[in-house]
Ligand binder design. Structure first.
Ligand SMILES: [Zn+2]
Ligand SMILES: [Zn+2]
Length: 291
């Protein structure tokens, strides 16, 4: 069982958050266009491929399957995004889906916008009425790749920051480290906060999820949150051709290259889940003659 974070850890996390925002602000005093563009690119690569495709659609919702090397790349990118290891991430997100916008939801805006956006990070698993939130997902615990990346997370995350500072100096660290991580953090947290407060509701659900089409263009499709809550198993969050969903484009591209199978997606025409590129069944070899 994963323990809820202790006070020492929470103090460390608060100090890190303060330093992160101070660094992101300081970056503007060391502006370099190349670093700025590279930070945006790294934000999109780690946020979309790592967190949205890897943690969210592959591990959390099992909406497609892929070869292990592809999974390693996705989990590596997610580790650079500063969103904790896969087991802790999925543990919270599955609980959110199971109890969306109820008292048990770890980050419902019904407890206040800023609670849903940031303050919940310091309370998840500490309220005492969420014992199930402390139970790690059994399927991920049984997965050696998830266990490895869960343990490797601190080395991967802090190691990548050290490498950035060593390779690109102070300005590179501020832009590619702190600024990029602050943008990544708030864009992902906005799905929990803004995505449960306003936008469009294309599906009438008991929870408060909304679609924000414009913001979906910057979050790899994650801001199509009402669509996602309506069909959580779907690898495709977009339900209309004009809804931006870069995470789905990435998965479709992998499937076209033969690097993703059993891709489950919501088909608005039939109103049900369909499967793209079913994994070919292994054909049993004919028995040798005489046996
Ligand atoms: Zn939600
Ligand atoms: Zn989800």
């Amino acid at each position: 069982m994963l323990k809820p974070p202790g006070l020492l850890f929470l103090g460390f996390a608060a100090a890190l958050l303060a330093a992160l925002h101070a660094g992101a602000f300081a970056a503007f005093f060391h502006f370099e266009a190349g670093f700025f563009l590279a930070a945006l690119l790294l934000w999109q690569a780690t946020g979309i491929l790592g967190v949205s495709v890897g943690y969210h659609r592959l591990l959390n919702h099992r909406s497609f399957e892929c070869p292990r090397p592809i999974k390693w790349v996705l989990l590596f990118l997610a580790g650079l995004a500063g969103q904790l290891g896969p087991i802790r991430w999925v543990r919270v997100h599955r609980f959110h889906h199971a109890h969306s916008d109820t008292d048990l939801d770890p980050h419902t805006p019904r407890r206040g916008f800023w609670f849903a956006h940031l303050a919940w990070l310091f309370q998840a698993g500490r309220r005492g009425n969420e014992p199930a939130l402390q139970e790690p997902p059994a399927d991920l615990l049984a997965d050696p790749d998830c266990r490895f990346f869960e343990r490797a997370y601190p080395f991967l995350f802090y190691g990548s920051l050290a490498a950035i500072g060593w390779g690109w100096g102070w300005a590179g660290f501020l832009w590619l480290g702190t600024f990029r991580l602050a943008v990544t953090l708030h864009s992902i947290l906005s799905i929990n906060s803004v995505g449960h407060v306003f936008g469009r509701r294309d599906f009438d659900l008991p929870d408060d999820s909304w679609n924000l089409r414009l913001w979906a263009a910057f979050t790899g499709g994650e801001a199509l949150h009402n669509n996602h809550h309506a069909h959580p198993r779907s690898a495709r969050f977009a339900c209309r051709p004009w809804e931006p969903d870069a995470g789905w484009l990435a998965i479709r591209s992998l499937a076209a290259l033969g690097l993703a199978w059993n891709v489950r997606y919501y088909d608005p025409v039939t109103g049900s889940l369909a499967i793209l590129r079913p994994r070919p069944q292994s054909i049993p070899l004919p028995s040798p003659a005489g046996t």
